[in-house]
Write a protein that binds this ligand. Structure first.
Ligand code: ATP
Ligand code: MG
Length: 439
């Protein structure tokens, strides 16, 4: 026990106050984002003149500060507001329950129905108005996309009911304003015409941070959270890495914290090497959380893409190639999912950031999608399917050594020989992944 405690204390020894590297709480101060904050304040404070837009859509890439800035503004305007992170629920009814519980109400049973839930929501909002004497209530629905995963739950109907509540309250000079937060623009959601015509077009786009913005954010955090000052070159390196695809402040903060923890473990100060180690650790953590947290077939789809990428020279793979790969590694005692469901799973893979997709023209056959891993297939194999992966790595190493000795250097030959290797592995004991994926 003492050993564990010492190790944890060692890990934390480089920090003076780790709370500044917490990605879950709203920070005390915000760097930049004046325009976006001003726009939001402008929309919200118009209630003082008797009219507020019913819905404000906030959208932008991950880590661009949407959740943080919205909560920061609402808190500092001293408004009555409810913030619900809808990712915590899986159905539309679950989302309503989540909002009610954020307002201090016990969970309802499904059988009580959505109309009862809405009557309770109305009652709770009226109580808030009475208590505070305010005439504006803001309902923030973060991770708004979640609602639309529940196809049977009629997400559009849910928004419509909220808008009806907005109109009802307005008649008593009380205002309800809904803020939706998402990575996607509102028009990408499947909303009924009756909803679209009521919500107007009040949007605030959060563009991705530049490398410089990210640097400012982590400089500010580093100063407050580490016991010794961190070399600016290290901070610049963290900012650069976190802005490679798009400026992501969350990634930069996580990277800085993890680098500090690894350095602390070694009783050293942060160096570039520790940042590199932290990148690998974070990638591994993210992969195992996403992949191991997914369904059995989702994990097989990931395994298939990693395997195909590792055993071929190509980076991009079509849906049909991946579906056939999935069927090869699915043992016969399991029912396969349909091609359509499999395609949806590939979209899930893209949404989780593990893969990217592109649409290509197939001439007369129309258009098709292709997918490419954003991470090293080896990392997926080692982190998520270690027992299965060992065999593949060994077979490929043996194959590469043989190729080298036969000095087959032309690209075409190498590619076809890799596909031969795949075929050999397909027809051998390597076939059955079920037991490994199930773990
Ligand atoms: N302008 C800023 N000033 C200070 N800290 C910031 C700023 N923008 C973002 N952050 C910090 O970066 C992290 C990520 O921000 P946030 O969670 O708000 O991003 P997001 O846009 O909601 O991302 P996602 O779409 O993934 O939910 C948080 O820890 C937040 O405190
Ligand atoms: Mg967010």
């Amino acid at each position: 026990m003492q050993k564990i405690v010492n190790a944890v204390r060692g890990q934390n020894s480089v920090f003076s106050n780790k709370s500044y590297l917490d990605n879950l709480s709203v920070p005390k101060s915000i760097i930049g984002r004046e325009n976006e904050s001003k726009k939001l304040v402008n929309y919200l404070l118009s209630y003082e003149k008797g009219l507020v837009v019913p819905l404000i859509s906030i959208y932008g890439r991950s880590g661009s500060g949407k959740s943080t800035i919205i909560q920061f503004v609402c808190k500092n305007l001293d408004l009555d507001f409810c913030y619900a992170d809808l990712r915590k629920s899986k159905t539309v009814f679950g989302c309503v329950n989540l909002i009610l519980s954020e307002l201090g109400h016990p969970n309802l049973k499904n059988a009580q129905g959505i109309n009862t839930a809405f009557s309770i929501l109305e009652k709770l909002i009226l109580e808030k108005f009475e208590k505070s004497n305010n005439s504006l209530f803001v309902l923030c629905l973060d991770e708004f996309d979640t609602l639309f995963y529940d196809k049977r739950g009629k997400p559009s109907d849910f928004i419509y009911k909220l808008l009806v509540l907005v109109e009802k309250l307005r008649k008593t000079s009380k205002h309800l304003c809904i803020i939706t937060i998402s990575n996607k623009i509102l028009s990408e959601f499947d909303l009924d015409d009756r909803v679209v015509s009521r919500i107007g077009s009040s949007e605030i786009y959060f563009n991705s941070y530049s490398e410089d913005n990210v640097l400012k954010i982590i400089r500010n955090r580093a100063k407050k959270s580490f016991s010794k000052s961190i070399n600016d070159e290290i901070l610049k390196y963290c900012a650069k890495i976190s802005s490679e695809e798009h400026g992501d402040a969350r990634r930069a903060i996580d990277l800085l914290r993890t680098s500090g923890e690894i350095a602390g473990n070694d009783k050293k100060e942060i160096s570039k090497q520790y940042v590199d180690d932290a990148i690998k650790q974070l990638q591994k953590n993210q992969l195992t959380t996403v992949i191991n947290g997914g369904s059995f077939h989702f994990r097989l789809a990931c395994a298939g893409l990693a395997r195909l990428t590792f055993l071929s020279e190509e980076q991009w793979h079509s849906t049909s190639e991946l579906y056939s790969q999935y069927q090869k590694i699915l043992y016969k005692d399991r029912q396969k999912i349909s091609y359509r469901r499999f395609s949806e799973m590939l979209v899930e893979l893209v949404n989780s950031g593990i893969a990217v997709s592109q649409t290509i023209s197939k001439g007369r056959q129309g258009y098709g999608s292709q997918f490419k891993l954003t991470v090293d297939p080896n990392l997926i194999g080692i982190s998520c399917f270690p027992e299965r992966w060992k065999g593949i790595v060994n077979a490929k190493a043996a194959h590469d050594a043989m190729q080298k000795s036969q000095s087959m250097s032309s690209h075409g030959k190498r590619n076809s020989s890799l596909s031969n290797l795949r075929n050999i592995l397909d027809s051998n004991a390597e076939k059955n992944w079920n037991d490994y994926v199930r773990k």
